[in-house]
Design a protein around this ligand. Structure first.
Ligand SMILES: [Fe+2]
Length: 252
């Protein structure tokens, strides 16, 4: 009997990690650009509360898009991101050239965490997949990460937090529950993609430097999201970025 076998993706938690070798120069450039932009953006816009953060660049994530910045390092990073998204779709068993998988918008921002700062447990739904790239771990340059310096990203197994509210419906625990969370120590040059519904947090960062990462949310056509993918928050592949709004002249 002939069989028709086709991957149908619903909610598996397939993730993809890309480690860039020799990314030192790129990371130094990205860190420099992010610090420059941080000064510029912090002075100009109103913060939005996100993952417990009210201050710093993360709180301004709706006001800018890293992928729209005009620097050679960003152009290189943009290409790495777009290639990575295609690879992620493939390992999920999807065809990146399927019209439904067309990227309709990417939101992309930077996080700079300083001593004592953290990101509370959150997810990125309704985005389709999300990603983060570690520009700088914040641990001593060239030194091995020290666990006591914190800053790990912890991913929670989908469903676990909901079930763990307790009560009879919570059911029995089992050895399977050993993997209810996965703690990952940041590594510079690592780009990681995951389904946006996966909850995660960043543990308090206690290092001496700055923990810098770039995060992104990717929306695809088949989601039929009722969103406007224009303005400063969005990068749309193949589309020229929206120029910064200019003040209308007043009077004559
Ligand atoms: Fe996040």
């Amino acid at each position: 009997m002939e069989k028709l076998v086709k991957a149908e993706v619903m909610w598996p938690t397939t993730t993809l990690a890309i480690h860039l070798k020799d990314s030192k120069e790129l990371n130094a450039g990205l860190a420099r650009i992010i610090r420059e932009k941080e000064q510029e953006i912090l002075g100009k816009h109103k913060p939005t509360l996100v993952a417990g953060i009210k201050q710093g660049l993360t709180a301004y994530w709706l006001e800018f898009n890293v992928l729209n910045w005009d620097y050679p390092e960003i152009a290189e990073f943009r290409k790495i991101v777009l290639d990575g998204i295609r690879e992620t779709f493939k390992v999920q068993g999807q065809n990146p050239d399927d019209p439904g998988m067309q990227i309709v918008g990417i939101s992309c921002w930077a996080n700079v965490l300083r001593y004592g700062e953290f990101l509370e447990v959150h997810h990125h739904d309704p985005s389709y997949i999300s990603g983060h790239y570690q520009v700088q771990t914040g641990y001593g340059p060239g030194e091995a990460p020290d666990e006591s310096e914190g800053g790990q990203t912890v991913y929670f197994r989908p469903g676990f937090l909901d079930r763990s509210h307790g009560g009879k419906a919570a059911g029995q625990t089992s050895p399977w529950d050993d993997d209810w969370r996965v703690s990952v120590t940041p590594v510079e040059g690592k780009l990681f993609f995951f389904p946006s519904y996966v909850r995660h947090e960043v543990r308090p960062y206690l290092g001496k430097h700055e923990r810098i990462s770039i995060a992104m949310d990717i929306f695809v056509k088949k989601q039929e999201a009722l969103m406007y993918f224009g303005g400063p928050r969005w990068f749309v592949p193949g589309k020229v970025p929206t120029p910064a709004r200019r003040a209308m002249p007043v009077g004559k």
